[in-house]
Ligand binder design. Sequence first.
Ligand SMILES: Cc1cc2nc3c(=O)[nH]c(=O)nc-3n(C[C@H](O)[C@H](O)[C@H](O)COP(=O)(O)O)c2cc1C
Ligand code: SF4
Length: 452
Amino acid sequence: MSVSRYHCQLRQSAAERRAETHPLTWRLREDGAVVGLDEYLDKDGYAAAREVLDHQSSDDVIATMKEANVRGRGGAGFSAGMKWSLTMKGEGIPRGYLVCNADEMEPGTFKDRLLLEQLPHLLIEGMIIGGYANHSRFGYIFLRGEYVEAARALTRAIEEARAAGWLGNDIAGSGYDFDIALHTGAGRYICGEETALISSLEGNRANPRAKPPFPGQSGAWGKPTVVNNVETFCNAPAVMRHGAAWYQALSGELSNDGGTKLYGVSGKVAKPGLWELPIGTRGSELLERAGGMRDGRALKTWLPGGGSTGFLLPEHLDEALDFDTIGKLGSRMGTGLLTVINEDQSVLSLVRNLEQFFARESCGWCTPCRDGLPWTVKILQSLERGEGERGDLEMLDKLGSDLGPGKTFCAHAPGAAMPLQSALKYFRDEFERGVAHPPSNAHADPIPVGAV
Ligand SMILES: Cc1cc2nc3c(=O)[nH]c(=O)nc-3n(C[C@H](O)[C@H](O)[C@H](O)COP(=O)(O)O)c2cc1C
Ligand code: SF4
């Protein structure tokens, strides 16, 4: 088993994964091979798309998605049904595009990869439903360039679906035309931001665009465009097959959000991996499923959903992992893949590493991000060497605030600010220790110029 496959492992047996409780993963094979068209059809595949195309209107689909409260799994948690209801469509409006965001470059995140590599037909079925609801005739899957296995699986699945009449003109005799193209990116994190993704898809430099207009009004090639995450689309077939009430009940008392979530754990745990669990499952249960801390070391801190989320403390593990609860703790659920840090690790070095990544991935369009992130990295590096200067921590506070929401064109900079600000809040002493010991007379008042 290769290292990359190891990180993509679902740690739930077929016996645990049932159609009634695991809508995203119950069809996965134990051997990790791709679920091809025949097997997918045997496992109730395309039944939801058939039901929608034969018996429902676009408005019916949107109403059910809204009622089920499917919140976008790409990180922001925006209601999928609401997004679909806000897309411009109808008489006289040109038909737009449906885009699946499969760029997945968030540090510590490897959930979409599992679905893309092993269950490509579930994504295609979800996109057919999304396309129908949004009056689109064409969909794109924008795939992270390094996901070579996923590209292979998707290419084959698209061909299979086309040959079987599930893509193309007059899908399954319904009169609805919809096709999908796979577009592989060139490995830039910013391409995951939906408007940068659209720029890149059009063949332009991957710069984000100011909103409004939102993509649902004017997106790819100026047409209404819906962008959703892989996992979001993969929820649609089960919602349409079993209904909003069933989907809502999956999370039960744990959360107001509907359904399940592909949660994951990486870092200093015994068994990193992925699990499909009701949304709102506590972090402590995830840590337990991951076999606890590796080598018996104590938990120091954790990131709840990728590098662009804020650090949380061990006591926060007892909170529900959902968008609202984690938001109230001052962080974000993000992708829902935990990164676990132990007592031996330096949070300062971890933050420097993350900020280096964010600085490298900045598109450079706005000043706080283009110049502020490298400046942040420079200060963090000097603190790491124990050569920090007085005032460095205050400068990091200021840089964190200048990178915050509302100061830049896109959410890349606010995402980068989150680990920095939360680390300064919870682990300030680590940063303070990096300030070089001032010389004994450094605190004396400066001698005024001209004084005798
Ligand atoms: C810098 C940056 C990178 C992002 N990367 C991804 C990504 O790889 N995949 C993703 O689905 N969303 C990503 N997003 C969020 C998208 O902009 C968008 O909100 C999401 O694709 C919408 O899908 P959803 O509503 O289904 O979550 C990123 C956002 C930012 C600011
Ligand atoms: S915040 Fe950063 S990535 Fe986003 S537009 Fe500005 S420079 Fe580009």
